[in-house]
Design a protein around this ligand. Sequence first.
Ligand SMILES: *Cc1c(COP(=O)(O)O)cnc(C)c1O
Length: 371
Amino acid sequence: MTIYEELNVRPLINASATLTRLGGSLMPPEVVQAMVDASKVFIDLEELQMKVGDKIAELTHNDACYISSGAAAGIVIAIAACITGKSMAAIHQLPDLTGLKNEVIVHKSHRNGYDHAVRQVGVKLVEIGYAGSTAPWQLEAAINERSAAIIWFQGGMTGHGDIPLEQVVAIAAPHGVPVIVDAAAQVPPVENLWNFTKLGVTAAIFSGGKDLRGPQSSGLVLGKRELIEAMRLNGPPNHSIGRPMKVGKEEMCGALAAVRWYLSRDHEGRLSQSEEVVGGWCSELNRLAGVSAHRSFPNEAGQPMPRAQVHIDAAAAGISRNEVVRALLEGTPAITVANGPDESIYLNPMTLEDGEETVVLERLVALLRDK
Ligand SMILES: *Cc1c(COP(=O)(O)O)cnc(C)c1O
């Protein structure tokens, strides 16, 4: 009996995405083994943080790395480090910002739920620009002696009239204001592990538990050593704002194993396999009345991976999009898909295990054909 059977928790086939609320991703055996090995011996946690960080930095062509308990925790601790540097007095004062830098600049168009991780340090978010256009002078005008950092969210919301990231870096540099990139879901492509920092940003922050398939409670902050050292002081086991965001020895070693595993993946083979799956789904689904399916690219996180977008015309198909989504979730095995616009669903091959692409297709065809 598995733990989920014992608890009566239903297993899900995830055709949606690496969503935390669905368990994020599944760890390959190499990652699980690293966590098991790590769990058996006492070590000095700060030494491990440093040594795993240096190893991950080397593997990803970065100056330094901090392993956090997730991308969101990485944002909290990075922003704290931008404010305090290595000042023990400032570290112990947080979240009271009296006399400290207390503003973080953000594109208005980048505002999203994850900016809570910035705000929980107590800073004020200073928005620049409009929903669809932001000008370099607006960033210049927002920078002042209270500016702790510029936060840049990379994802589906990015790129709509933003100041290009290179230019943000160029404007920030003479003022000494760090640029922090939330790149939580920005692999693939694997090169993003070094592309953002090559552009000159101070740090780029990734989820360990999304496509990297490391431990769910892990994240990577890749960037300049000065910031990473200040982050270590602002993080566990030190008494600091980051102390509740604990990363265990198992997560640290698991994150390293995940980076190694990810770097050695056949990324091209995976992409062409995903294209094949999406192509197969579309041609089968397009045979059904009231259904029109096509390849959608890039995906919701802006990753260069295909999904199938399947439109369901309730009148012609005899079943509505919402009814299909509900039936998939209530069926056995339960399947989760993402809702899209105009009565559509998205089918994502990224989070499927081998063979599940067929299960998903068969269930959909059965639902859309036999009603
Ligand atoms: C998933 C995500 C996060 C949070 O990452 P965790 O590793 O779950 O903390 C933050 N920002 C963005 C843009 C994300 O997609």
